[in-house]
Ligand binder design. Structure first.
Ligand code: BG6
Length: 589
């Protein structure tokens, strides 16, 4: 997901400060970047493909600048396609997050009017539309942007720069933008994290807002009528928690190690929100859990937990598929989104669809004040602290813990839920010992050159098997697939060749006997059996022990896969924090 940062205020070395701000947004995933600075009435531009890393930009002090990290959607990863994009005369510049779904007809009509394009992107049409709209708005950039964004289809966030008036203007449709006011000027970004040091009070833009940042200050408008609105700024609230690496080599290692503390904090701090969520589920007729990627497997785990603990049917749907299920939603429905970032576009769209049907909206979300956090009726804040590895680890475990405690709250046994989560936290702490990690590292050494790896689980361990496979594949690039243990005979077993690594989740519950017989089938075809669970078994070639924590097993069963994937990635020379092609949160479809 693209990163955006802009500034208007006192003249300063703003070019390098923009680059610093973009660095705080690197976790969002990107493949090129660019900075634009107003210099003597012109727009100075520096843009490159690749990571910011040790790059620096060299601009004279300036009162206006913005920057962008691009995750390619339309047009390859090239210098020309990196943002910002300029109009034909170089007076206007635009940076953009999202997709202009109707960019082809817009581009065709602009070309017919003589505009010259230098990129393959959808974003560049915005700069040329502004070029045409500005004269009609008597040179007022905000009014021109209002006219332009009204013609864009899709989910977008746009910032435009007019170097002649020294003004920025911005508007959004679902994609996030937050405006900051500080003692040296005004700033704007796609994430409050980038406003640190620039603003102490912020305003999260809503879809009907349009904002102007000029030497005269910040002006907020209703985007359609362009009537001025009062801007209610509030103190900038960032996620608590250290954002540095500390003594860890990677954020993934740090965030895996933080999981016990995250669970203990949830037990201490989330009781009220969990009780409210349980009551909302109780009062609903039809509750749904939706999530994307890792969050979807936390949601599916929740469906099993609500059944086992509270005998309650809670539906599960992948976020991107939810809108195709919306037809049976009613105003008695409750849709609960699970999202670490609170910005995943498929989740936001699912919630907009649910709202259109009158459903009540809930969320399990890690980033306070994110788009999702601000659009729902009730939420549970995961409180996991910044999760900066692109892969989700601690946020996943936090979501499952919240669902476990919510299921117990629904069943009238809230204290048991807390006890189970605390037992899982203690179990995780033991697993993080050097000796246990060394065992996992040995297995990673055995499997890291493999092309395929299978994971099987039953019952509560089935969604864990799916999450385990996702973790391993997205960080090590080994083609890992998770399956329900009972599905082996329906095709999967055809894939197992001698030596194929197979992870088997064998908890000490009602699934153990059946999953072990599935393991025998795999072993008899030459599979290399990696058992994960409280007890060893002769069918395992290697056993990674986990504590026996009953229904809290999903809380301890993710770590073996997280750690296995992490060490396999290192052995393959991958960057575990920024796997290829992945973004921390996908805010474009
Ligand atoms: C992916 C991330 O882009 O989005 C995953 O790489 C994450 O780690 C998924 O699980 C969903 O993100 P979120 O923020 O909605 O939980």
């Amino acid at each position: 997901m693209c990163g955006i940062f802009g500034y208007v205020g006192e003249e300063r070395e703003i070019g390098s400060e923009v680059l610093e701000a973009l660095r705080t947004l690197e976790y969002r995933g990107y493949d090129s970047w660019g900075v634009a600075v107003g210099v003597d009435g012109r727009i100075g531009v520096e843009k490159r493909t690749g990571k910011i890393a040790g790059a620096h930009v060299d601009f004279p002090p300036s009162p206006i600048a913005f920057g962008h990290t691009r995750w390619a959607t339309h047009g390859g990863v090239t210098h020309a396609n990196a943002h910002p994009h300029l109009d034909c005369d170089g007076r206007l510049a635009v940076i953009h997050n999202g997709i202009v779904e109707n960019f082809r007809p817009l581009r065709d009509s602009l070309l017919a009017r003589g505009h010259r394009f230098v990129s393959e992107t959808d974003s560049e049409v915005i700069a040329h539309l502004l070029e045409d709209a500005l004269p009609q708005a008597d040179g007022d950039l905000a009014a021109a942007l209002s006219a332009v964004v009204g013609r864009l289809e899709g989910l977008n966030a746009v910032i435009a720069m007019d170097v002649r008036s020294g003004t920025l203007a911005a508007a959004k449709n679902v994609s996030p933008l937050v405006v900051g006011e500080g003692n040296r000027g005004a700033s704007i970004a796609s994430d409050g994290l980038a406003l640190q040091g620039h603003a102490d009070r912020v305003l999260y833009l809503e879809d009907h807002h349009l904002v102007r940042l000029s030497p005269d200050g910040i002006t907020l408008y209703d985007r359609r009528s362009m009537s001025e609105l009062s801007a209610d700024f509030a103190p900038l609230v960032l996620q608590s928690g250290e954002t540095g690496l500390g003594a860890f080599p990677h954020f993934m290692a740090k965030e895996m190690a933080e999981q016990p503390d995250v669970l203990e904090r949830l037990v201490r701090d989330a009781t009220g929100q969990i009780e409210d969520l349980a009551a909302a589920i109780r009062d609903s007729y039809g509750a749904f859990l939706v999530g994307c990627g890792t969050a979807s497997y936390a949601a599916l785990t929740g469906a099993y937990l609500f059944s086992r603990i509270a005998a309650r049917h809670v539906n599960f749907t992948v976020g991107s598929e939810f809108k195709y299920h919306e037809h049976f939603l009613t105003d008695s429905s409750l849709v609960i989104a699970l999202s670490q970032s609170g910005e995943t576009v498929d989740i936001i769209e699912a919630m907009l669809a649910a709202r259109r049907r009158g459903a009540r909206l809930g969320a399990l979300v890690n980033v306070p004040r994110s788009t999702l956090d601000r659009m729902v009726d009730l939420r549970v804040h995961l409180g996991a602290g910044p999760e900066q590895c692109v892969l989700s680890t601690k946020a996943y475990t936090a979501k499952v813990a919240v669902l476990l405690m919510t299921a117990h709250a629904l069943a009238g046994s809230p204290e048991k839920g807390k006890e189970e989560v605390l037992a899982a936290a203690a179990g995780l702490q033991e697993m993080l010992s050097d000796a246990w990690v060394a065992q996992v590292r040995e297995v990673a050494r055995r499997i890291h050159r493999e092309e395929h790896l299978f994971v099987i689980g039953r019952g509560l361990a089935f969604p864990t098997a799916l999450e385990a496979a996702l973790k391993i594949k997205e960080v090590s690039y080994i083609h890992a697939e998770g399956f329900a243990g009972g599905e082996l005979k329906h095709g999967v077993i055809a894939l197992v060749a001698p030596g194929t690594p197979c992870v088997v989740y064998a908890p000490s519950d009602e699934t153990r006997a059946d999953i072990l017989s599935g393991a025998m089938e795999l072993k008899s075809r030459g599979g290399y059996m990696i058992g994960v669970g409280p007890e060893p078994d002769p069918v395992f070639d290697v056993h990674l022990p986990t504590p026996d924590v009953g229904d809290a097993a999903p809380l301890v069963n993710a770590l073996p896969a997280q750690m296995l994937g992490y060490h396999a990635a290192l052995l393959r020379g991958n960057d575990p924090d920024k796997p290829r092609n992945l973004a921390k949160s996908v805010t474009v479809k």
